[in-house]
Design a binder for this molecule. Structure first.
Ligand SMILES: Cc1cc2nc3c(=O)[nH]c(=O)nc-3n(C[C@H](O)[C@H](O)[C@H](O)COP(=O)(O)OP(=O)(O)OC[C@H]3O[C@@H](n4cnc5c(N)ncnc54)[C@H](O)[C@@H]3O)c2cc1C
Length: 464
């Protein structure tokens, strides 16, 4: 006995309204899916647990967008380009001297996504947790959600599971994988920002410390034990002095944020290695505490050891723990690392990727299959592989699509396709397909003409 008991079915009331498409999770993929579906004429509801859209890109404060470039061209265009343009128009996005247009302010992105969704005519329901699908054979009839109104069932013809954790798909009985061959996940991180930084002085220090910078508004510096960072000595001293713990040097990275002068966003701290399952509520909760304790250590370190940071203070602690990988659905196609290395092309391609395999391993160090290493076709500078529509189509359910980091892929392949711009593009494909499935095919997502979908994505500026 493990002490648990199973209760009866909780009572819920079914709302009198019905939508064409309900998107569970208004995050990186989900918000874009909602916009794309509504622009395709569907009545759309986006159900989001937090109080703003954008998910990991806003509420986990993950910035900047990782570059996804092949032959000098961005591989994700379409809605992701529109988001970037709107961010820049607000002063919340920027292009650096190398033409990298991926710098953005997570708080600004919240406003951009609000506007995009409203302009498209979609509805959003914040502070609402999707609890469980109501099944009718191999079809989802409704999603039971929980919010201040209690338990309610929301009906639609087609559903998009953009929760990142495949919450809906898993509860609907879709088979899934989670973690590596040992069931161990990538590290979680609790991102934060430091404000009150004299970025000019910090830039001068970094220039002299072996991490040359473009300018004070585009800072990027890092330290990972054993990876020849010029800041390693500083970290070693801080550990010796008792300011940092050894594990604080497993991954440390900071970036400037457009629209927030004097502020830096940190891609750390990494959460304790034994807390790596973001779909386990107890681990997720413990991760929040572990992360905040580490933020205190890192703030202290920056103030003492980094010139320009003496008067810095915590600007933001991300409301959401950053979760890199949990459940990955088993779809009609599972993308593998061989597909990446061979630059696989698919007739039903809906996205192109050249971001490398990038595993933040809790088993020690980072595993990065970078384009500068290896001889496989993928390592050519103009290479890319494709992601097929079938990777978004879960086995066993007819009216569900799963874009984003939970799409059908192996542990290694997921680490490459999970970056935000790919999640946008997968979301855009899912949104259009869901709208068409609702309108023309009684909700059956497999009946969508994928060549027509690809043509529509191209017509909307996409690169597929
Ligand atoms: C620490 C960290 C650093 C990263 N660094 C980068 C980087 O520098 N650049 C980059 O491009 N990518 C980076 N990534 C990867 C990228 O940010 C994510 O893979 C991507 O944003 C995931 O998008 P998603 O739409 O699948 O999930 P999310 O953006 O997380 O969206 C899921 C949404 O669903 C909501 N939700 C979840 N469950 C429910 C539920 N049951 N009911 C209702 N709502 C629910 C959540 O609140 C959230 O809004 C990083 C990821 C992490 C964690």
């Amino acid at each position: 006995m493990n002490g648990s008991t199973t209760g009866g079915t909780l009572p819920y009331r079914t709302l009198g309204r019905e939508w064409d498409v309900i998107v569970a999770g208004g995050g990186t993929a989900g918000a874009v899916a909602g916009v794309a579906a509504a622009r395709s004429g569907a009545r759309v509801l986006v159900v989001e647990a937090q109080g703003s859209l954008g998910g990991t890109g806003t509420n986990a404060w993950v910035t900047p967008l990782m570059r996804n470039v092949s032959g000098g061209q961005n591989l994700n265009l379409g809605l992701t380009d529109e988001i970037k343009a709107r961010l820049r128009a607000r002063g919340d996005g920027a292009v650096d001297a190398h033409g990298n247009d991926n710098w953005f302010n997570p708080e600004g992105l919240k406003f951009v996504l609000d506007d995009l969704l409203a302009d498209a005519g979609a509805e959003v329901l914040f502070h609402t947790q999707v609890v469980q699908p109501v099944m009718d054979g191999d079809r989802i009839g409704a999603l039971v959600v929980h919010n201040k109104g209690g338990l309610q069932a929301l009906r639609a013809r087609v559903f998009i599971d953009a929760t990142g954790d495949a919450d809906v798909a898993a509860a609907a009985g879709v088979p899934f994988q989670a973690g590596d061959e040992d069931g161990v996940h990538q590290a979680m991180s609790l991102r934060f920002s430091l404000a009150g930084v004299d970025t000019g002085r910090l830039r001068d220090f970094l220039n002299g410390a072996g991490q040359p910078q473009d300018g004070p508004e585009f800072l990027h510096f890092w330290m990972v034990w054993g990876r020849r960072s010029s800041l390693e000595g500083l970290f070693r001293q801080a550990v010796t002095d008792g300011v940092l713990l050894e594990r604080d040097g497993d991954y440390f990275q900071a970036f400037s944020v457009p629209g927030r002068p004097g502020e830096l966003s940190f891609n750390c701290p990494r959460i304790r290695a034994d807390l790596n399952d973001g779909a386990d509520p107890w681990q997720l909760s413990e991760a929040q505490l572990d992360g905040r304790t580490a933020v205190t250590r890192l703030t202290d370190f920056c103030r003492r050891f980094l010139p320009g940071c003496e008067n810095a203070f915590v600007g933001v602690v991300a409301p959401m723990v950053g979760v890199r990988e949990t459940r990955r659905i088993e779809g009609e196609y599972t993308l593998g690392v061989t597909d990446i290395l061979d630059c696989a092309r698919f007739e039903d391609s809906i996205c192109r990727n050249h971001y490398p395999v990038d595993i933040h391993s809790v088993k020690g160090g980072a595993r990065l299959l970078h384009e500068r290493e290896g001889s496989a076709p993928y390592f050519a500078p103009d290479a890319y592989h494709e992601i097929p529509f079938r990777a978004l189509v879960p086995r066993g359910v007819v009216n569900l699509l799963v874009p984003g980091r939970a799409a059908s892929s192996t542990f290694e392949a997921q680490s490459a396709i999970r970056v935000q711009q790919n999640c946008h593009t997968m979301g855009e494909a899912a949104g259009i397909a869901a709208a068409w499935a609702a309108r023309d095919h009684a909700g059956q997502v497999r009946a969508v003409d994928v060549q027509a979908l690809r043509a529509e994505m191209r017509a909307r500026g996409g690169n597929v």
